[in-house]
Design a protein around this ligand. Structure first.
Ligand code: BF8
Ligand code: SF4
Length: 659
């Protein structure tokens, strides 16, 4: 496949070429050799849950219509999907648990390298959990909060407190009526594994009900805990400038990339890298300094709080190594390409794993523990410095890097819109009510070599902002948007007139970076605040909003999508869920589920058409709320499309007649 078809990102194109010159294999090459990919897997109808199998269904032919046990395509596809959701929810939630553990250590005076950086947020979160904060010292509040939050993972009675207290009351009512109010985080995930064991739950709708409950325990539970406690420990983000793309690597400095998801070690790495003694050591080795850059969601965590530059998103992790300008790549958990281990053998880059949950054969492991963070960070940075003289003369750093602004937390949006003295979501709600803004969209998620890297993200966002839809973003989509210049206030020039006016008046870009993938919980709390502000209905499902994960690949993305659907949001994918082998399940997820829960899934591979479907949904919600007509002419008018469709049909009819 031609390089330009692989990515729209110029820096990535150059590095893909370099990979070819160096004859090293990268994800796109492995994707090519994998073709044709297994149809049974893509359709979700291969089962290997027990050893009577593996079994596969032939949904459109004369072959088997049931596995050896009798499970049909609906059961098999539903079981496979819910297991993916369990893995996604587990990943986010286990990350949340680790942060809660760090908070507890700090509260007990054992996490000497960490502190409570945001006392205001600590008190706010504690009061959500009905913890008394007055006349109590900070350590005590932190201890009580960490204990309550840890209990949310494993408790055997009651339901998830955070889902109850953070979500709009009307939404909680929907969950209770549907019987999907999450009980505790670990319990829902364990129950997925039980239900999907051979011969337990085989009713696809019942499985999907539990899929919703499990994903809700992620979004309004594990992920929300990760976000809230990270803000307490590492500081709540504020608008901050940063640069994005491989051009942030510095040819004269020791380049250390932090990659993965958790901020606990990387946050310390950032502060320790400013240590005079280490800087001196770097200079002795011939470097002008130490340059920390991020990759994937670890990048998002530290750029939101420190403005640390981001080297790239998911599909760029191998490309960074191929520059030969990276002394060390430090990984924690999730979205790490196993190929990096052998790739680093071709270059001087040292790869180091740090989590006891994540090791790679033949790769150096420096185990990180929260009670020894600074020392571990120092050891890792020293290893990077010592590797600087091993750099070859033949490094290549693409020049591309784009300026961007990030740091838009739920709380900051209050302040920016309402002003410091009268923080409120009112101006946002009013802009939607008056028709200056059409609505809002959360566009998030991964990269996937089965589509052109970054293209699907960018094409969708551009179409949305052109039609006066404010976009909030996280994860690898956020990094794609930053690289494409959509996170500069000047990007207002690409928007419809209404959104443009808002961006210019408030001084924000039309695409707001709200953080890493666990920070999709910020989108949930933003939506809850918009509902609470009033004038746009009682529930999230009333709002003129939509969600999308255009280039999704990870199981986490499915959990995220499912908790948005279960929260009442229309959620678009540009590659369908692996359920098309079951017509019933596909129909349920994209149609029938809406009557039960208010949200639904949709899929459309063309990102512009997908954006149009999202706009139609937003318009449908605007009409239901009887909002004012849009203030300015809109680029996308569904009526035009209808006319075109009618005209096309006529042309076809005429042609048929003539033939
Ligand atoms: O959690 S967007 S590729 S890096 S899964 Fe992974 Fe997907 Fe990127 Fe962050 Ni989220
Ligand atoms: Fe086959 Fe049923 Fe076993 Fe799955 S659970 S592998 S369908 S026999």
């Amino acid at each position: 496949m031609a390089v330009k078809q692989r990515s729209i990102d110029k820096a990535s194109q150059r590095m893909i070429e370099r990979a070819g010159e160096k004859k090293v294999e990268i994800a796109w090459d492995r994707h090519d050799t994998m073709q044709p990919q297994c149809g049974f897997g893509s359709l979700g109808i291969c089962c290997r849950i027990c050893s009577m199998g593996p079994c596969r269904i032939d949904p459109f032919g004369e072959g088997p219509q049931a596995g050896i046990c009798g499970a049909n395509a609906d059961t098999i596809a539903a079981r496979n999907l819910i297991r993916m959701i369990a893995a996604g929810a587990a990943s986010h939630s286990d990350h949340g648990r680790d942060i809660a553990h760090t908070l507890k250590l700090v509260a007990e005076g054992k996490g000497k390298d960490y502190s409570i950086k945001d006392v205001k947020k600590l008190k706010k979160v504690a009061s959500r959990y009905e913890i008394e904060t007055e006349d109590k010292d900070v350590q005590q509040i932190a201890l009580e909060l960490s204990e309550v939050v840890m209990h949310e993972f494993g408790k055997q009675e009651g339901t998830l407190i955070s889902a109850e207290v953070y979500a709009p009351p009307a939404r909680v009512k929907v969950w209770n009526q549907a019987g999907i109010m999450p009980r505790s985080i670990d319990r829902e995930i364990v129950e997925v594994m039980h239900r999907t064991h051979m011969g337990v739950d085989v009713d696809y709708k019942n499985l999907m009900k539990h899929a919703m409950r499990t994903s809700l325990s992620d979004g309004w539970g594990g992920s929300l805990i990760a976000t809230e406690l990270s803000d307490i420990l590492f500081e709540s983000p504020k608008p901050i400038r940063f640069s994005a793309n491989l051009g942030v690597l510095d040819k004269d400095k020791v380049n250390l990339i932090v990659h993965g998801h958790e901020p606990t070690l990387s946050d310390i790495i950032v502060s320790v890298s400013r240590d005079e003694e280490l800087l001196k050591m770097a200079k002795e080795k011939g470097a002008k300094g130490i340059n920390i850059a991020g990759m994937c969601c670890t990048a998002n965590e530290i750029l939101m709080r420190h403005g640390v530059p981001v080297a790239g998103n998911f599909l760029q992790q191998e490309l960074a190594v191929i520059t030969d300008a990276v002394e060390l790549m430090l990984v924690d958990v999730q979205c790490l390409m196993p190929a990096s281990g052998s790739l680093c053998n071709y270059f001087h880059t040292k790869l180091i794993t740090t989590s006891p949950k994540c090791k790679m054969e033949g790769v150096q492991h420096i185990e990180f523990h929260e009670d020894n963070a600074v020392e571990t960070a120092r050891e890792i940075i020293k290893t990077a410095i010592e590797n600087f003289p091993n750099r070859s003369k033949n490094i290549f750093i693409p020049k591309e890097k784009e300026k961007a602004v990030a740091g838009f937390s739920t709380e900051i949006i209050f302040q920016i819109l309402g002003g410091y003295y009268r923080s409120t979501y009112r101006p946002l709600n009013n802009a939607i009510i008056e028709g200056r803004l059409r609505g809002a969209a959360g566009v998030v998620g991964c990269n996937n070599p089965n589509t052109q890297h970054d293209y699907v993200h960018i094409a969708m966002i551009k179409e949305l902002i052109k039609n006066d839809v404010l976009v909030v973003t996280t994860g690898c989509n956020a990094i794609a948007a930053a690289k494409a210049g959509l996170m500069r206030p000047e990007a207002a020039s690409m928007c419809g007139k209404g959104l443009q006016e808002i961006c210019e008046a408030v001084g924000i870009p039309p695409v707001l970076h709200v953080g890493s993938c666990v920070d999709n919980s910020r989108i949930l709390t933003i939506l809850a605040n918009v509902v609470a502000e009033g004038g746009l209905g009682d529930d999230i499902s009333d709002l003129p909003v939509a969600g999308a994960a255009p280039e999704w690949m990870s199981e986490k993305a499915i959990s995220i999508g499912m908790y948005f659907v279960a929260s009442g949001v229309y959620t678009m994918l540009c590659q369908p869920l692996p359920v098309l082998g079951s017509e019933k399940l596909a129909r349920y997820l994209t149609e029938e589920i809406e009557d039960e829960i208010g949200g639904k899934w949709a899929w459309e591979s063309d990102p512009v058409k997908a954006a149009h479907l999202m706009l139609r949904h937003i318009d449908k919600k605007r009409a239901a709320l009887k909002l004012k007509p849009m203030m300015y002419e809109q680029d996308f008018k569904p009526e035009d499309q209808e006319k075109k469709k009618v005209q096309n049909t006529r042309i076809l009819e005429t042609e048929t007649v003539e033939a």
